[in-house]
Ligand binder design. Structure first.
Ligand SMILES: CC(C)(COP(=O)(O)OP(=O)(O)OC[C@H]1O[C@@H](n2cnc3c(N)ncnc32)[C@H](O)[C@@H]1OP(=O)(O)O)[C@@H](O)C(=O)NCCC(=O)NCCS
Length: 173
């Protein structure tokens, strides 16, 4: 049976949070762990919207914290599924922090999380394909196979010699 196809818009989620004292470190900046928790939630909702299934986090790509988010900032997290494989889905998350009194808004983080759709017993189950529409979505879709191979090699689930897309980039072998 042909797979169902969904767009990135179908899975798009926006989540808004305000940084409160309990979310901060001793410098009054948002703790990295709290931000990662929000990223996990927003991306899980995107993966659920895409698959209409229970999803579990399979892996998280690297996250850099180069800009601090301050107490009182309003944090917006946007997420959508960039590409789906058999049971797994790559989700892109973009984070912005807004200081409302000064009307300043900055992009602070972005990351890719991978989720797997599972049945009631926790077994992986097939998900719809993604049809990218915008140039940005197409760019993310194209890069998803390379990123999948990288994370599977790092997770020891793929032999480096089988990672054809990566070999192409690094011109190995
Ligand atoms: C993720 C999980 C469902 C994979 O189950 P599995 O029995 O290993 O299943 P498979 O080997 O058939 O892999 C299923 C899919 O997961 C993907 N996957 C597994 N490990 C992965 C990893 N580290 N990174 C990215 N994708 C991964 C596989 O590529 C496969 O994708 P595909 O179906 O699209 O090809 C299972 O390992 C699990 O339940 N993990 C715990 C999840 C969890 O509790 N998350 C919260 C952490 S606190």
């Amino acid at each position: 049976m042909a797979k169902k196809i969904k767009t990135c818009k179908d899975s798009f989620v926006t989540m808004t949070e305000m940084v409160l004292p309990n979310d901060t470190n001793t410098l009054n900046n948002l703790m990295g762990g709290r931000l990662m928790h929000w990223m996990d939630i927003v991306s899980a909702i995107a993966a659920q919207r895409h698959s209409n299934r229970i999803v579990v986090t399979a892996s998280v790509d690297n996250i850099s914290f180069s800009k601090a988010i301050q107490l009182g900032n309003v944090v917006t997290l946007n997420a959508f599924v960039t590409r789906a494989f058999s049971s797994s889905m790559e989700v892109y998350i973009e984070v912005t922090a807004e200081d409302i009194p000064s009307s300043k808004k900055i992009e602070t983080n972005s990351a890719f999380f991978t989720f797997v759709a599972v049945d009631q017993t926790g077994r992986p189950i097939d998900v719809p394909e993604v049809k990218p529409e915008t140039e940005f979505e197409k760019e993310l879709y194209a890069g998803a196979l390379r990123r999948r191979q990288l994370r599977l090699v790092l997770g020891k689930r793929m032999k480096p010699e089988d990672a054809t897309e990566l070999k192409e980039i690094f011109k190995i072998g």
